[in-house]
Design a protein around this ligand. Structure first.
Ligand SMILES: O=C(O)CCC(=O)C(=O)O
Ligand SMILES: [Fe+2]
Length: 400
């Protein structure tokens, strides 16, 4: 790191955010990027070590030890692993084809949310793939016995990893509050610099209902192409911070473990190929934001041919996420990507952990979209520590 640059954890640009200011127009903090290459501002070591502190997902060295899904369930688990406890998981639904990003007029407009977030029928796929209800009767080799849980459901060790369809995996409680804070701060500092957030438009002049920033390479919805520079300020997009790249690679490995658990017969790489991301599209949706059903198909021919996965992280307010084989909303499956799940770690502290979604292999061309954001559903500590606006931050990683 250049000594004149401060580590990301000390970056305070977020403190200037207020609800009155338009998104992305905050005055740049003093530490703001000195050149178009916003990449150098990140202190990767700091970013990474922040991750390691948490012990939930280890982004750096101790990957095997901290893997969510690969470890056998032994006593030693209890000491090392921050066990994940939550009372529910949100799942899903699907769709079909037409115009990219098009909506029926009712799309995303109907639901009214109160403080009680609408819950979707969990595990409605009734799939054997669901690893969502691990209880004391699931030990290998022992007869199945319905055990009594002396703890309330929300504090039990319920893992909510699910294979939604072949090649599409939801790791529901994957990123900790600490990581969320780092990611929000990182995106905020990069987003207010060159190559940062802007509101993109389509070819026909319509604007997307979100703010976007690209890392690694720039994707332009107008041309549907990746480019070296930002279409508005002509700057190169910032690089993807190392910690995030490692987190994505880790998530793919964990998804492989889940796939392997589901069937020992398969090579997980055949179902969900590995990739090293060199593109990250960061979207910020206000509570009115949404995105029509579409396919991600602007990556290189080779990447699409290999069906390399898109891996995404969801932070802030919860969102409905639709996915399916076509563009019609009817028939699309729906999963609620929640960000406010409360879990209790081994150390008895309350944590919030967030979902990761991967789609590749057979599901690489799945249609997907965001019909609505659930207002005020982001965890208070995340808002308090970062000043994150109401809305949802969504990062999708790809390999060009
Ligand atoms: O925000 C989301 O959930 C989807 C984003 C997306 O599909 C994209 O960036 O291509
Ligand atoms: Fe997409």
């Amino acid at each position: 790191m250049n000594p004149s640059q401060k580590p990301i954890s000390s970056f305070s640009g977020y403190s200037s955010i207020t609800a009155e200011k338009p998104f992305g127009n905050e005055s740049p903090a003093e530490e703001t990027l000195q050149s178009c290459r916003g990449k150098e501002v990140i202190d990767e070591k700091q970013f990474q070590s922040n991750y390691e502190l948490e012990g939930i997902v280890n982004v750096g060295g101790l990957q095997e030890e901290h893997s969510f899904l690969c470890r056998s369930r032994t006593g030693d688990d209890l000491g090392l692993r921050s066990s994940l406890k939550t009372e529910h998981e949100g799942i899903v639904n699907v769709g079909s084809l037409q115009e990219e990003h098009s909506f029926p007029t009712s799309f995303g407009k109907k639901k009214v949310y109160s403080n009680n977030v609408e819950k979707y029928p969990y595990n409605n796929s009734k799939s054997k793939n669901v690893v969502g209800t691990k209880s004391s009767n699931s030990y290998e080799g022992l007869p199945k016995v319905e055990r009594f849980n002396i703890c309330l459901a929300r504090f039990r060790d319920i893992e909510t990893q699910e294979i939604l369809r072949p090649g599409m995996v939801l790791l529901k409680h994957y990123i900790s509050l600490r990581q969320q804070i780092d990611i929000v701060n990182t995106c905020n500092s990069l987003g207010e610099g060159p190559g940062g957030f802007y509101r993109p438009g389509y070819k026909d002049g319509a604007k997307l209902r979100l703010q976007m920033m690209c890392l690694g390479m720039n994707w332009d919805p107008q041309t549907r192409k990746y480019d070296k520079v930002h279409p508005v300020d002509n700057c190169e997009p910032p690089e993807i911070p190392l910690g995030l790249r490692l987190l994505v690679e880790r998530a793919i490995k964990d998804a492989h473990c889940l796939i392997k658990k589901d069937s020992d017969m398969v090579n997980p790489e055949d179902i969900l190929p590995s990739m090293s991301p060199n593109i990250c599209i960061v979207n910020f949706y206000s509570v009115h934001g949404r995105l029509g059903l579409h396919q991600d198909r602007d990556e290189s021919r080779e990447s699409l041919h290999k069906r390399l996965p898109v891996v995404s992280l969801s932070i802030g307010d919860s969102a409905e996420f639709l996915y399916g084989d076509g563009r019609e909303v009817e028939g699309a499956k729906k999963v609620l990507l929640e960000s406010g799940d409360i879990v209790r770690t081994i150390a008895s502290k309350i944590s919030y952990i967030f979902p990761t979604l991967l789609f590749g292999g057979e599901s690489r061309m799945v249609f997907h979209g965001v019909p609505s954001i659930v207002p005020s559903s982001a965890p208070e500590p995340l808002k308090a520590k970062t000043g994150l606006r109401q809305g949802r931050l969504y990062l999708t990683f790809r390999q060009f």
